[in-house]
Design a protein around this ligand. Structure first.
Ligand SMILES: CCCCCCCC/C=C\CCCCCCCCCC(=O)SCCNC(=O)CCNC(=O)[C@H](O)C(C)(C)COP(=O)(O)OP(=O)(O)OC[C@H]1O[C@@H](n2cnc3c(N)ncnc32)[C@H](O)[C@@H]1OP(=O)(O)O
Ligand code: FAD
Length: 664
């Protein structure tokens, strides 16, 4: 029987080349080919099914994680998948697992902080999965404040070993993914003590479990920290707890690229900056920005398709009711999220370039761009994950009641995504790092040090402090130069205001503590400017395909103007725009919504997500929502029997008792 495309009418209205847009979204024709092939491979393999995840017990869920990970590894070997293909495989399997930490943090940490000799010894074992590693930094008492970690690694010159110890309850390692049940090894961040002196936090490779029977090695207490938010979701991950009781490791298991301990116990600091100990976090924060565009685009794809299927009110003369996507309020909530998904995609691409560039420089001992890379990764990680978490929840609401069903895919997506606002650095703590960087930049203005990179706009601070926005008609808001000038003026004015207010305090520290809420807002303004700038730069490149660039330009304008609307308090209070110009933003936004409306199904089809990956009845490609929702309900285990278990024990006696009371 031929399948009916319930969204066919929508697809017939699309005004641009969706196939060409798929290439832009994937990054290249080759990336699209890889993504497409691997997504189909995963969707067609029954071991990777995920429709039962929310009803499995924790043990069953973890067992599926182990099975899927082992099967994925088998397929990687059998099919000789490249690193890119393997990473796509993990993406489409779509189940957080210990493998993420092994490949995503343990290996990068050894690469970034290990000496050549250490890399030669450990990386081949890790690449072949002969050991499984995790990244154990956070403790029960400290996560954000890395310098406050309490685990100690004390050098014993008699035996040429470090003694790992957890001196307090709060020093227990707590949270590391993969630690609880799967890992054989861990990168332990702990205070280095030599000759009674504390040298601060350093990384150590420590074996935790036997490679023969997986039992914890002597002196090691280890387990899972317990069930986390939401059904399914991040509970496939074995986040763990770990304590050391005087565990000995050889000296050469301290990662020694940044600093070394000699055979005699002497502590040596190399020319490499200490902050490189934090390098793995910079790497992962960069990947999290691209992940944000994936998570947001997934939610938006579901909400957009469903909004085109769903009809409510507005029927005239017995005709069809209005598609909810045609309500302006629905568009005003949904289209900026669609635009944000594209914006995060492009800023993620740029951040990847920035990270590659800084890594090459670090290898050549050029550390000049490290502060900028830290500020950009920290700030953009914070901005994009907060907006994505809120955006997923908004998409759930956009789907009305059915969005609350697990079969919509949105509750699980929300539950699995929200810890991104916390892990790899709490979002507020990270924004405070950005504001520190901005305050330093402002304090150096006029000193001859020219601001570069993403703070180059501060070089024109005098102009930005008093310039006026050049918008008279709504269409003027479509000019990239006008948008950029408004965002630059807002960011510069907010940073300068913070710097001026800071100078009123007797100490920088006191000022930072008192003004931290304002500082965070200045950091957000700076990060939003980066996203807008990188999107506009993307549009300056050649982008082939009929109508593709026009759609991307419309989305760029929606992204920027919806932010001006949302933060108009900042723009107005700082005198960057007038109230009249703020109202023209809304006029222009409405016109942009009308422009993209016929194309939105094409814009979400361009993500090229399979129904397996979306995991949502509301977001099905064919829009066949109602029969499938109805079918799905009957699969619930509660419907296995017509009369529920427990009827005789609880319901019947209650009913009978009421009967007796009524008779009395
Ligand atoms: C199937 C097989 C294939 C599989 C393939 C899989 C691929 C998988 C890929 C990816 C998957 C990844 C999955 C990841 C899941 C997420 C898991 C989550 C893991 C974690 O959460 S790990 C723990 C993270 N913890 C944190 O982020 C802690 C946050 N805190 C900090 O970062 C710091 O403590 C701080 C920055 C907040 C403060 O540090 P502190 O030392 O006190 O520093 P300051 O005094 O403030 O600053 C001093 C100075 O240093 C600069 N600086 C700080 N940090 C950095 C840095 N990272 N880099 C460079 N510089 C830094 C700071 O700006 C100051 O500079 P200044 O002196 O002002 O010039
Ligand atoms: C799902 C998940 C997976 C994780 N995986 C790992 C892992 O694999 N390895 C690992 O080592 N860790 C991991 N973590 C730990 C994670 O990195 C930390 O939880 C995170 O860095 C936040 O630190 P915290 O818990 O100490 O938060 P806290 O710092 O205690 O934050 C609590 C509150 O205090 C506020 N706050 C803290 N400091 C300041 C400040 N200076 N100014 C203003 N406000 C402040 C925060 O904004 C927040 O609102 C994971 C966490 C989660 C949730």
């Amino acid at each position: 029987m031929e399948e009916i495309d319930h969204l066919g009418h929508e697809r017939s209205k699309i005004e641009f080349d969706v196939e060409a847009m798929k290439i832009v979204w994937a990054g290249s024709q080759r990336a699209l080919e890889v993504s497409d092939r691997i997504s189909r491979l995963v969707a067609s393999d029954p071991i990777f099914r995920k429709d039962d995840r929310t009803i499995l017990s924790r043990k069953e869920l973890f067992n599926t994680t182990l099975r899927k990970s082992a099967h994925a590894w088998k397929r990687i070997i059998e099919l000789r998948l490249t690193e890119e293909e393997a990473s796509r495989l993990r993406f489409y399997i779509d189940q957080p697992a210990f493998m993420d930490l092994h490949w995503g943090m343990f290996i990068p940490a050894i690469k970034g902080q290990g000496t050549e000799e250490q890399q030669k010894k450990w990386l081949p074992l890790a690449y072949k999965m002969q050991i499984i590693g995790c990244y154990a930094q956070t403790e029960l008492g400290h996560g954000s404040n890395v310098q406050g970690l309490e685990t100690t690694a004390t050098f014993d010159p008699k035996t040429d070993e470090f003694i790992l110890h957890s001196p307090t309850l709060t020093s227990s390692k707590w949270w590391p993914g993969g630690l609880g049940k799967a890992s054989t090894h861990a990168l332990i961040y702990s205070r280095l003590i030599t000759d009674g002196q504390d040298h601060g936090v350093h990384g150590f490779i420590v074996q935790l479990r036997s490679l023969d029977d997986h039992l914890p090695l002597p002196g090691i207490t280890i387990g899972d920290i317990g069930i986390k938010f939401g059904n399914g979701a991040y509970n496939s991950m074995d986040n763990g707890v770990l304590r050391f009781d005087h565990v000995r490791i050889p000296r050469d298991q301290m990662l020694m690229r940044v600093s070394q301990v000699t055979r005699e116990g002497k502590y040596l600091q190399s020319d490499v900056p200490r902050q490189l100990v934090y390098g793995t976090m910079v790497y992962v924060r960069q990947t999290i920005v691209s992940d944000a565009s994936c998570a947001l685009s997934r939610a938006v794809c579901i909400a957009t398709r469903y909004s085109a299927v769903r009809r409510q009110f507005g029927s005239q003369d017995g005709g069809p009711e209005t598609q909810v996507i045609d309500y302006k309020t629905q568009q005003n909530r949904l289209f900026p999220l669609l635009a944000s998904a594209y914006a995060y995609r492009f800023v993620g691409e740029w951040l990847k370039w920035l990270y590659t560039d800084v890594t090459q420089r670090l290898q050549a001992n050029d550390f000049s761009t490290l502060p900028e890379a830290h500020a950009c990764t920290a700030g953009l990680k914070s901005l994009t994950t907060s907006a994505t978490a809120d955006g997923i929840e908004e998409c759930r609401k956009l789907c009305g009641g059915h969005g609350y069903l697990c079969s919509s895919g949105l509750p699980e997506l929300f539950a699995v995504y929200i810890p991104a606002c916390t892990y790899e650095g709490d979002n507020i703590v990270l924004l405070l790092q950005v504001s520190r960087f901005l305050m330093k930049t402002v304090s150096q203005l006029g000193s001859g040090i020219k601001p570069v990179g993403t703070t180059a706009y501060m070089g024109q601070v005098e102009h930005l402090m008093q310039c006026h926005c050049d918008v008279q008609r709504a269409e003027d808001w479509l000019k990239p130069s006008v948008i950029l000038a408004a965002f630059q003026a807002r960011a510069a004015r907010m940073s300068v205001a913070c710097a001026q207010n800071l100078s009123k305090f007797s100490s920088q520290e006191e000022g930072f503590a008192e003004l931290s809420a304002d500082l965070v807002e200045a950091a957000v303004a700076h990060c939003q400017l980066i996203v807008v700038t990188k999107y506009i730069e993307k549009l300056q490149q050649a982008i082939p395909g009929k109508g593709v660039k026009e759609q991307l330009a419309a989305l760029c304008n929606i992204y920027a103007l919806s932010l001006i609307h949302k933060h108009q308090g900042d723009f107005l209070a700082n005198g960057c725009i007038t109230p009249k110009q703020a109202s023209l933003v809304n006029w222009q936004l409405r016109s942009l919504y009308a422009q993209v409306r016929p194309n939105v199904i094409g814009l979400v089809d361009a993500f090229n997500y399979t129904d397996h990956y979306l995991g949502s009845i509301l977001g099905r490609y064919d829009g066949n929502v109602y029969p499938k929702l109805y079918e799905e309900a009957w699969k619930d285990p509660l419907n296995d029997s017509v009369v529920p278990d427990g009827y005789h024990e609880f319901i019947r006696p209650m009913l009978k008792q009421q009967l007796r009371t009524a008779r009395l």
